[in-house]
Design a protein around this ligand. Structure first.
Ligand SMILES: Nc1nc2c(ncn2[C@@H]2O[C@H](COP(=O)(O)OP(=O)(O)O)[C@@H](O)[C@H]2O)c(=O)[nH]1
Ligand SMILES: [Mg+2]
Length: 373
């Protein structure tokens, strides 16, 4: 058992050496540490935690937060009323002027027709107002304003279903096709609509099926990038629009997106060309899934001319909703009524400017109030 004793002795010696040695080494290190204070500073190096905070070399696009659609109404109302005050003020000046003779009623009807309300609708409003005045014998401004408002709201029809198909339907994305003549505002509307949908927390895919010029796809892609929405496109001018539309829908399905918005070309001068191209886009997309919404984009400033073009589109593709753009640029808000009556399709969205969030869901009462304010 003497070797254990020896081992313990050795252990004690080793521990002793370690304690003393450790103290010496510690002292040396401290001593050196003290000495470095007098040495020149080492070349500066970027600490790891600061390096991580430096901006990356490749600038990443800033994702914008679009304005909530509900919040837009107040601002857009102000813009609408700027271009439409002439209509509201003119009508009320005539109606509340005291003398409602034949000449005055004619002037009221002319004012409504001039505002693009359409002849039938204008005649109807005047007829109803005359009956009410005759029955109640009142023509004070508050009464006339209230009646005019009621008649116009009835014409714009608050009962129409203006909901947009923009949520997943039975485990697939909703599909929106945007159509209309060149320059109406299709691409702008598709871009603004993507923002409306992003503001509603939807996952959106854009499809650039206007393949005439690469610039058209660039324009759409830029809209998408600003709010982090991918754009399916072809880099080749003149690619088959139906193929691009098909790919966009496929991408939206693969990504399990909520909605895919497809922009189309407007340079289709003949009805036959329009039939061929839009008809094919529709047919090809529908090999995968139905198109839920066909939005016809109409420029409000083209007035009654726009209606004739619109008719062709309703014949070719089943239009489910109208987007009336450039209402900020016209005093003829009555076109809303004319469009709905002529095409039998509700106005679902209105464009009120060139700003990215200048697209608002349409509301009959707010619209009439904006006209009469
Ligand atoms: N003032 C105004 N301009 C608009 C509105 N919507 C579109 N535009 C403008 O109309 C022009 C044509 O738009 P674009 O989307 O390229 O038309 P597209 O050919 O149908 O795709 C562009 O300069 C847009 O900025 C709107 O609501 N108000
Ligand atoms: Mg376009």
């Amino acid at each position: 058992m003497s070797w254990i004793d020896t081992a313990w002795e050795w252990a004690a010696v080793i521990i002793g050496i370690l304690v003393v040695g450790g103290g010496v080494i510690l002292g040396l290190v401290r001593g050196r540490g003290g000495a470095t204070k007098d040495l020149p500073a080492p070349p500066p190096t970027v600490p790891a935690e600061v390096e991580e905070e430096l901006p990356p070399l490749q600038p990443t696009p800033t994702i914008e937060r679009p304005e909530a659609p509900e919040g837009r109404l107040a601002r857009l109302r102000a813009r609408l009323s700027r271009s439409n005050t002439a209509l509201g003020k003119g009508l009320l000046a005539l109606l509340a002027g005291g003398r409602l003779d034949e000449e005055t009623w004619e002037a009221v009807e002319d004012t409504l027709i001039t505002a693009d309300l359409g002849v039938d609708a204008s005649t109807q409003v005047v007829e109803r107002l005359r009956q009410r005045v005759a029955a109640a014998g009142k023509t004070d401004e508050a009464t006339m304003r209230a009646w005019l408002r009621e008649e116009l709201v009835a014409l714009v029809d608050p009962s129409l279903d203006r909901d947009l198909a923009s949520s997943r339907i039975e485990d697939r994305p909703a599909c929106i096709l945007v159509v209309g003549v060149n320059g109406a505002g299709k691409t702008t509307t598709a871009g603004k609509l993507a923002r409306v949908l992003v503001a509603e927390d939807k996952d959106v895919v854009l499809g650039a099926a206007d393949t005439f010029r690469a610039a058209a796809a660039d324009q759409l892609q830029t809209w998408g990038e600003r709010v982090g929405v991918p754009t399916v496109r072809s880099d080749r001018d003149g690619a088959d629009p139906a193929a691009v539309a098909f790919d966009a829908v496929k991408a939206a399905r693969d990504l399990e997106a909520d909605v895919v918005v497809i922009d189309t070309a407007g340079r289709l001068h003949t009805k036959v060309g329009l039939m061929d191209e839009l008809g094919k886009v529709k047919r090809v997309v529908e090999k995968q899934q139905p198109i839920d919404e066909v939005l016809l984009v109409l420029d409000a400033t083209t007035g009654q001319n726009g209606l004739r073009q619109a008719q062709v589109f309703t014949e070719v593709v089943g239009v489910t909703g109208i987007v009336l753009t450039k209402l900020d640029g016209t005093a003829k808000g009555g076109i809303v009524v004319a469009v709905q009556r002529d095409l039998g399709v509700p106005v679902k969205l209105v464009g009120l400017g060139e700003g990215p969030d200048d697209l608002a869901p349409f509301d009959a009462e707010a619209f009439v109030d904006a006209i009469l304010d």
